[in-house]
Design a protein around this ligand. Structure first.
Ligand SMILES: C[S@@+](CC[C@H](N)C(=O)[O-])C[C@H]1O[C@@H](n2cnc3c(N)ncnc32)[C@H](O)[C@@H]1O
Length: 206
């Protein structure tokens, strides 16, 4: 485990707290209200989504590749949802049979996976046909002048935020991976600089 990975996991909640208070937590709540049946969350991080899973779900599995994040996650699971299964796995290589889940949740993760097309194919594989991918992701801007800055700053951002890319066309990639558009909207990441502001929020169907 690198120092950067350890530090990111330990400062993550503090780093996010302003955005969470200014609306991100509400976005999480709205999105996760749509989770149903057997649910897999990828890149679960420190567990900021945990308080928002409702009674519509029959089971929850949290996957996360970073050992440091898993340390934080286990602590929140103990507090908020004891007994929830936590396992160490990247989104590109999930240890589940085809068609295992009704819902997959990805919030602020597809910017950071090593191989986004492969991860999206894997999410589709583990979802049942008609199952839903609930997404909240910051993406490549629709404004060309912002994209220029996203491209310029991407390397620095990846270094500072542990592999986070600013400029990924995540929705296009998901459609190429075979997802169909469900109720999908755009939004703004609260309390963030312009190059990390544009969000896609909503549902894609497997
Ligand atoms: C910005 S954090 C988001 C954490 C959490 N999902 C949230 O909404 O607060 C990005 C997370 O993606 C995880 N991650 C990085 N590479 C990944 C991969 N290949 N597969 C799954 N998760 C990954 C990181 O370890 C980290 O927990």
């Amino acid at each position: 485990m690198s120092f950067g990975e350890w530090a990111f996991a330990h400062v993550y909640d503090a780093l996010m707290s302003g955005s969470e208070k200014k609306g991100l937590a509400d976005m999480r709540r709205d999105l996760l209200g749509g989770a149903k049946g057997e649910v897999l969350e990828i890149g679960a991080g420190t567990g900021l989504n945990l308080p928002f899973y409702g009674d519509e779900i029959s089971g929850l599995t949290l996957a996360e590749p970073s050992k440091s994040m898993i340390g934080q996650l286990n602590r929140k699971v103990e507090q908020d949802r004891p007994g929830t299964m936590v396992l160490r796995a990247p989104a590109e290589d999930l240890p589940f049979e085809d068609n295992s889940f009704d819902t997959v949740v990805s919030t602020l993760v597809l910017c950071s996976v090593d191989d986004q097309p492969r991860a999206l194919r894997e999410l589709r594989r583990v979802l049942r046909p008609g199952g839903e991918l609930l997404l909240l992701e910051h993406v490549r801007s629709s404004k060309p002048n912002i994209v220029t800055w996203q491209n310029r700053l991407n390397g620095v951002n990846q270094f500072v935020l542990q592999g986070c890319n600013l400029n990924r066309p995540t929705l296009d990639q998901a459609l190429q991976a075979g997802f169909r558009r469900g109720a999908m909207t755009s939004g703004e990441f609260p309390e963030s600089p312009p190059f990390i502001r544009e969000l896609i929020i909503g549902t894609l169907v497997a």
